[in-house]
Design a protein around this ligand. Structure first.
Ligand code: LLP
Length: 381
C-alpha cells in the first residue's frame, strides 16, 4: 500500500502519527460526486469525522457542503471557504453561544431535535431580527446493524423527535415567528454495511412524509444523514465505498415530492480510508499463547478499538521475514482495553519495526486525547 518514498518519509517523522493520502481522498470525492450527481443529490461532509484543515479544504474545493455539530465546526467551515448556504448545524445539545454563531453566519439550516431547542432558536433569532431555517430531526425508529454505541435511529436513543411528539411540534411551530421549517432530517447510525438498513429508512421516510402531507406540509428537502460503512477488513481491496449502490437504494425506494431535494451527511465513507496511523514497535514480549507487540500508539491516538471493539487491519511495514507469528498488538496505556488487535498473524516482529493501522481517517485523530499527559498526535500528508 505504501511506496518506498512514503516509507522513507515515515522514517523521518517521529511516531506515532497519522498519515493521510490526499490522492485517495480526491479519488473518493470524485466517486461520491459522480454517483450523487446522477440523481442531483446534495452531499454535506460530516465534519465530526475529521477536521484537518488540508482535508476540509480539499472537500470544500470539491463542492461538498458542511455538516457541523458545534459552533467551532461552523466557524471552521467558514474559515475553510464553505459558504453559509452550504452549512448545516446539527446536534442534540446546541448551546446559546453556538446557536448565535450559526445565526450570525446565516447558515443554511439548523437540524433541530426538540421543542425546547426550537424555542431557544426562535428566541435568539428574534433578538437578532432574523429567521432561522430549520429541519426537524425525526427519530424514525429504524434499527441499523451496527455497534450499539453508533446506532441512533431507535426510540430508546436520545436523538431526534419521536413520532408521537410531532403533533405538538407543529402546534409549537405555528407560534414561532422566527423559525421557518424547510426540511426533515433522519440519521439511523454509522458504519452501516447492510444497504437494506437504508431501504428500511426510505420506507419509513415515505410514511412520515405522508403524515406531513396529510397536514398540507411539503418541506423543501429531506436529509437522510450519513452512515455508509467502509471495509475495515480489506482496505486495500476496497479503498472506495460503493457509492453507486448506496445512492441507488434511495433512488429506488424513497418517494420525493415534486422539486424536493435529497441531502446526505457522509463522514466515514469519505475520509475513512485515506488515513493510516503509523506507529513503531517499542518492545516485543513473548507470551504463552500469543506474543505482545507493544507499540508507541495507544488508545490516546486511536480510541475506536477500545470504545467500540472496532477492528482495523494492521500491517508490519518493516518485516520481510517469512516467519509468521501470533501477536496481540497493544498500546502503552495502563488499561486492558488499550489493544488494537488480538491473536493477529504477523511476520516476525521486532523492536523498531513500523506498524500501520489502516482505515483511520474517520473518527481517529479527531477523537485523540492527551490522557497520561501524552503529546497530541500529529498528522502528515
Ligand atoms: N449525521 C449525523 C446526524 C450523525 O450523527 C453522524 C455521525 C453522521 C451524519 C456521519 O455519519 P458517518 O457517515 O460518518 O457514518 N465515533 C464513531 C462514529 C460516531 C458517528 C456519530 N454520528 C466511530 O468511530 O465509529
Amino acid at each position: 500500500m505504501f511506496n518506498t518514498q512514503e516509507i522513507a518519509r515515515f522514517k523521518e517523522t517521529p511516531t506515532p502519527f497519522y498519515y493521510y493520502k490526499l490522492e485517495l481522498l480526491e479519488e473518493t470525492l470524485n466517486a461520491v460526486k459522480k454517483a450523487s450527481s446522477l440523481y442531483d443529490y446534495h452531499i454535506h461532509y460530516a465534519f465530526k469525522a475529521n477536521t484537518n484543515t488540508e482535508i476540509l479544504e480539499l472537500i470544500q474545493k470539491n463542492g461538498l457542503g458542511a455538516d457541523c455539530v458545534s459552533g467551532n465546526e461552523v466557524k471552521k467551515a467558514i474559515e475553510c471557504g464553505f459558504t453559509s448556504e452550504q452549512i448545516v448545524f446539527a446536534g442534540v445539545g446546541k448551546t446559546d453561544a453556538e446557536i448565535n454563531i450559526a445565526l450570525d453566519h446565516n447558515i443554511f439550516c439548523f437540524n433541530c431535535e426538540s421543542i425546547p431547542e426550537l424555542e431557544v432558536i426562535n428566541e435568539l433569532a428574534a433578538v437578532k431580527g432574523k429567521t432561522a431555517q430549520i429541519a426537524l430531526r425525526i427519530n424514525p425508529n429504524v434499527a441499523a446493524n451496527t455497534h450499539a454505541y453508533i446506532t441512533t435511529g431507535l426510540e430508546e436513543n436520545k436523538f431526534g423527535i419521536n413520532m408521537w411528539e410531532l403533533e405538538d411540534v407543529l402546534v409549537a411551530l405555528a407560534d414561532m415567528k422566527n423559525v421557518n421549517l424547510i426540511g426533515l432530517h433522519f440519521h439511523i447510525g454509522s458504519q452501516i454495511t447492510d444497504l437494506n438498513d437504508f431501504k428500511g429508512l426510505c420506507l419509513r421516510v415515505n410514511e412520515i412524509q405522508e403524515w406531513f402531507y396529510e397536514r398540507q406540509i411539503i418541506v423543501k428537502h429531506i436529509n437522510v444523514g450519513g452512515g455508509l460503512g467502509i471495509d475495515y477488513e480489506n482496505p486495500m481491496e476496497n479503498p472506495i465505498p460503493d457509492f453507486n449502490a448506496f445512492f441507488k437504494v434511495f433512488k429506488d425506494f424513497i418517494e420525493l415530492r415534486h422539486q424536493q431535494e435529497l441531502h446526505f451527511e457522509l463522514g466515514r465513507s469519505i475520509v475513512g480510508q485515506c488515513g493510516t496511523l503509523v506507529s513503531k514497535v517499542l518492545y516485543v514480549k513473548n507470551g504463552v499463547k500469543t506474543n505482545f507487540a507493544i507499540i508507541d500508539a495507544g488508545m490516546t491516538e486511536l480510541i475506536r478499538p477500545a470504545l467500540y471493539q472496532a477492528v482495523h487491519s494492521i500491517e508490519n511495514l518493516t518485516s520481510n521475514s517469512s516467519k509468521i507469528k501470533r501477536y496481540d498488538v497493544v498500546g502503552p496505556i495502563c488499561e486492558s482495553s488499550d489493544c488494537f488487535g488480538k491473536s493477529l498473524m504477523l511476520s516476525n516482529t521486532k523492536r523498531g519495526h513500523y506498524i500501520a493501522i489502516h482505515s483511520c481517517g474517520a473518527y481517529g485523530e479527531v477523537m485523540a486525547s492527551q490522557y497520561n499527559l501524552r503529546d497530541l498526535v500529529k498528522a502528515v500528508y
